[in-house]
Design a protein around this ligand. Sequence first.
Ligand SMILES: Nc1ncnc2c1ncn2[C@@H]1O[C@H](COP(=O)(O)OP(=O)(O)OP(=O)(O)O)[C@@H](O)[C@H]1O
Length: 361
Amino acid sequence: MSSGEKMEAKSKKAGASRLCFLCNLRRPVLKRPKTLQQICRECFYEVFEEEIHQVIVQNRLFKSGERVAIGASGGKDSTVLAYVLSELNRRHNYGLDLFLLSIDEGITGYRDDSLETVKRNEVQYGLPLQIVSYKDLYGWTMDDIVKMIGLKNNCTFCGVFRRQALDRGATLLKVDKLVTGHNADDIAETVLLNILRGDIARLSRCTSITTGEDGPIPRCKPFKYTYEKEIVMYAYFKKLDYFSTECIYSPNAYRGFAREFIKDLERIRPRAILDIIKSGEDFRIATTTKMPEQGTCERCGYISSQKWCKACVLLEGLNRGLPKMGIGRPRGVNGDHKMEIKKPGSVAKSIESKQCGSLDF
Ligand SMILES: Nc1ncnc2c1ncn2[C@@H]1O[C@H](COP(=O)(O)OP(=O)(O)OP(=O)(O)O)[C@@H](O)[C@H]1O
């Protein structure tokens, strides 16, 4: 039984004798995860889509005439995003030119299969697709990287490279904005992780619905308040074509614990997800906290708060056979991961940049 089928069976059992809480006309077929209301399929589609529309309008995510790339991994979140955004664009005349943008990380048995799903979505939704690969951009696939470094820390490489690859793909498509399928659960999880890591710079921006306005392409998260469980239900009821396998190189245990913790909280109190996001939004950062200053990478020109951007540091490590270079945080002057670049006549400057991978979106 798929997770969508399980949710439907549970919901049907719970609401067998009542009428839909919202329309009071039809039989409920599900218990809405966000509110625990028993509602019918039609009302579910309506509230799900309308809430996303309201988020788009209230936050002024788009302007008419903009070209917008949807980061499309073939997974449930980005597939539902591509479908719903196309629908809303038509229904409410947003006037957007939508594109699918997929990054091929080079993970055999995972990304190659999910890209086939995105290629079908291209036809199903009539959205032009651009694929950009790590191999072309960096000369390395994730398969190559994992062969060299093993499973530990591979998510750092993947996250850092994906972030830049999405920007480079968006530049190729000449889009004004990039949207991703990050949902409320992802954001709550990131708030918690940033607190656990004491990463104040990221904590202060991880709840922003639009980020990167000072970078090459602004990024938006229209699903900022959309629950993962509702996305799964929507995809299931609409019979959307998506790829549901987990990444084969994804051993990120720390993030996994945070995820499980949030799921447990959600079981006891569904609002917990929204409350964590609200707490993240309302944090005030002390004016004495030192924040990184944004500049550009001396090597590739990409945005960076350090001399070299994180991707260049990681690539340098890979190409020199020192893959641990740039992983983790500085360990003092003699730290084994620290790398110094000396220019003639200049003071040595550390190019150890902070991890800016999977948590940054
Ligand atoms: N390979 C990729 N190509 C394009 N966009 C991607 C890719 N991987 C992730 N993204 C974007 O980043 C978002 C969050 O990615 P994450 O890896 O957290 O996957 P997820 O939560 O399982 O989402 P999805 O269900 O869409 O795969 C995705 O919804 C998508 O918009």
